[in-house]
Design a binder for this molecule. Sequence first.
Ligand code: URP
Ligand code: ZN
Ligand code: ZN
Length: 470
Amino acid sequence: MATLIKGGLLITAERSFPADILVEGGKISQIGQNLQSANADQVDATGKLILPGGVDPHVHLDLPMFGTVSSDDHYTGTKAAAYGGTTTVIDFVSFDFPSLGESVEKWQAKAEKAAVDYSAHMNLTRFDDKIAAEIPSLRDTGITTLKVFTAYNNRLRIDDGNIFKTLRIARNNGILVMLHAENGDVIEMLTTEALAAGHTTPEWHAKTRPAWGAVESALRAFALAAMAETSLYLVHMNTAGEVDMLKYAREHGVKVMGETCPQYLFFSEDDLRRPDGAKWVCSPPVRTSVDNAQLWKGAMDGTIQTIATDHCPFFYDGTKPILYEGKPVAIPGKELGTQDFTRIPNGVPGVEDRLPVIWTTGVGSGKLTPSQFVALTSTNPAKIFGLYPRKGALLPGSDADIVIFDPRKKVTYGIVHCHQRTDYNLYEGWDLTGYPEKVFLRGQLIVDGDMWLGKRGGGEFLKRNQGGIL
Ligand code: URP
Ligand code: ZN
Ligand code: ZN
């Protein structure tokens, strides 16, 4: 089935230009003026923008933690992604089985219900010679990225020497290392002290995970990457100091890149002090308005390459069911930490919110050009994570992952509007201008206004190539 999208304004990471797009066999076959095709379905996009489908390189679907599980699975989370204009997500494989390969296989079995295209990064949360020897084989599975942690002592963290070894193995095998930067030792000590002093409220989540820990461990890892002569990608940047460190390292020729997420651009410890502050508990924590402003600046001036989401939703009150696709669903959530901030499941929803919220606050406010918006949310992640030009591009030969975006549509945003499987939205009541109208995945219309036309299992696993360095 062919589709001809006529009369829209194409937005790419480089420029905006009016053109028609012909889609055949799930791919973009032609881009040009006055295209004709006798047997194609014609879609009138006059007055609309045509964007490449969003690429969200950081989501956690069906992730067991804190005695519960993130409340979007690979179907519900990717359906929500599609409604928000995102057609590719990259999840994480937990290293829960003896080998990396087995962990990937178990993840594959859960992920195949995805409704948009998907891949995963491997969490490297243990390290020994056997594991080191297995890392190169990840490439054969199509996974070309590893995430390491300088926090979560005795759970996810590996030590600096093993991070250095990992960086060297990654360099020799076309693999990119991603870093979660916080200081695990300091967090452990401050948390013990806070609990002993009887501090139980959500703001203590931030107070026990100080910004300086993120700053110093980001610089430490950039230095390790420099010494290992390889690149590194800093996930979920949340502090002004990380932007400074990233700039410093890049200016000194270290091939490091960074990602921030909407929650770090808008929210602060003030939100954690609200009566419903648990809604904002994520790791790393939200910081201050100074950090928000510096992260925006980093995204605007090109220091930061991507805006992802770290989508990891939990219910605010998991004792009360919501209706999802007509059926009641309740999943234990933030209420688990009512008496103790360390028991609040860490994470926030956002995969659906990202494009509309960043369009209004970024492009609508003049902070970002439309091309920067596309670069940060689609093209750059596709390039960095080895998916370009199949994804993140409006080019002949690219997958026809296309968003017809109405730049004038006004929406009062919030939970009633949303498809993320949780009971709250961080942007409740925000007035947005600009919203996805139709979303195509490999040429199939999967979202048409409010209508869901996609399907469980409609997504394809993406074997990724070695990514690029931006
Ligand atoms: O709070 C968050 N972000 N949970 C997900 C885990 C992580 O470190 O990204
Ligand atoms: Zn992390
Ligand atoms: Zn994450």
